[in-house]
Design a protein around this ligand. Structure first.
Ligand code: HOZ
Length: 429
């Protein structure tokens, strides 16, 4: 991890706060929910990051998901370097995006065509536009606690940073826009049926495994029921696989649960740590997208060659063995944390899907946002600070997942559990 550090955390924070809202480029990073100050990161290698004060941490943020191979994986760095020497952006088609599109379409069961964009937000916004273009309907249904980026139509009860900051939605979204978005509880298929039978829905948008109110897997039959409701009412089913795509399995959550959405959004892992997003569907649906059809969507940096190169290099690391290692690491960590919870007497529980995991400070099974909200957030904040002091960097919110990577080796996992054992004891009265 070599770097030149220009300033220490405190000085950086003062400058950052004067220059950027909250001193950050994305709100949760400001540590408002956990107290203390965010470390300014100057380098990452494998599963560790180093801050401007020279402290190192085992990293469970992993850039909020893209870094499934860990920080600065040599194959990913080499791919980026190779491409950077050939140019960073052309605003023209490249062979790399054809290759990445082929990999994505081959892996994700419901996809026949894909369009690359630059973020998950852009992917979700475009997926909605496509659903509306294809159905001629305006209303959409989403689930409380599911986050699909910050497009106006998707900011109601959106989990993630909004839940972290206690915001029900965002100022600046017009009532007309908000009126087209209907929100029901996650895992509540009968509420979806009630709405879909009354309101002509363009789309039912869902995180197939929710990852933005902490890790909340779907209840058995929930996604299958959404498929049936969509088919019966003419709505399109949209799976937001920005977090789960290429993380839970190569084919994403849809390949695990065996439910085919009409439209899928992707991001994070497919860009290997560079800004990327994608949306895709059947050939017939994607034929609505310009220049084939009337739904317009475009982007200067869409299909950016650096992001395509990093994504391809990352996907090439993700064979069956890689997913087996991620699952084993997740299971080991879950068991270790459960043991630490038991021995500390903490009122807490772990929920996990593969390499995604959340330690909730509640004893209630978390099936939806209301359950997640029963978590003791002050206790989480104290736990977060205690873990940071012990060299483990968790996402600074109760409502985010911990992300494991292929670089989280046995010593790192043991460090996490040792730190959790001591931290849980410390924060449990
Ligand atoms: N709330 C975002 C993840 N669910 C945070 C992203 C970021 O700060 O980078």
């Amino acid at each position: 991890m070599s770097t030149t550090s220009v300033a220490r955390n405190e000085e950086l924070l003062a400058r950052a706060e004067a220059l950027m809202p909250g001193g950050v480029s994305s709100p949760v990073r400001a540590y408002r929910a956990v107290g203390g100050h965010p470390p300014f990161i100057v380098a990452g290698e494998g599963c560790r990051v180093r801050d401007a004060d020279g402290r190192t941490f085992v990293d469970l943020v992993c850039s909020w998901g893209p870094l499934i191979a860990g920080h600065a994986h040599p194959a990913v760095v080499a791919a980026i370097e190779r491409q950077a020497r050939l140019g960073t952006s052309y605003g023209a088609p490249t062979p790399l995006e054809v290759e990445l599109a082929a990999e994505v379409v081959a892996a994700v069961p419901s996809l026949e065509m894909v369009r690359f964009v630059s973020s998950g937000t852009e992917a979700a916004m475009s997926a909605l536009r496509l659903a509306r273009a294809a159905t001629g309907r305006a209303a959409i249904l989403k689930f409380a606690g599911c986050y699909h980026g910050h497009a106006d139509a998707l900011l109601s009860k959106a989990g993630s940073g909004l839940a972290t900051l206690g915001l029900p939605g965002s100022a600046g979204v017009t009532p007309e826009t908000a009126a087209d978005t209907i929100t029901v509880a996650y895992n509540d298929a009968s509420a979806v049926r009630d709405v879909a039978e009354r309101v002509p829905l363009a789309a039912i948008v869902v995180e197939p495994f929710a990852g933005n109110m902490g890790c909340v897997p779907p209840q058995p039959g929930f996604l299958e029921e959404l498929r049936r409701i969509a088919d019966a009412t003419g709505a399109l089913l949209v799976f937001d696989e920005v977090i789960t795509g290429f993380r839970l399995a190569r084919g994403g959550a849809q390949s695990i649960v065996g439910v085919r959405p009409d439209i899928t959004t992707l991001g994070k892992v497919i860009g290997g740590g560079l800004p990327v997003g994608a949306y895709g569907a059947s050939r017939a649906l994607m034929s609505q997208v310009a220049p084939l059809g009337p739904m317009y969507q475009a982007g200067t940096l869409s299909g950016n060659p650096l992001a395509m190169a990093a994504g391809l290099a990352t996907l090439r690391l993700l064979d069956d063995g890689a997913y087996a290692r991620l699952e084993a690491a997740g299971a080991w960590l879950e068991a270790g944390l459960n043991d630490a919870i038991r021995s500390s007497g903490a009122r807490a529980r772990v929920q996990r899907a593969g390499s995604l995991l959340t330690l909730f400070f509640t004893d209630r099974v978390v099936r939806d946002e209301d359950d997640a909200m029963t978590s003791d957030r002050e206790r989480f904040a104290a736990f977060h600070r205690a873990m940071l002091r012990r060299g483990v960097m968790l996402p600074p919110s109760q409502f985010e997942c911990w992300f494991l990577s292929l670089a989280h080796d046995d010593p790192a996992l043991e460090e996490i559990v040792t730190a959790a054992r001591a931290s849980l004891k410390e924060v449990t009265p």
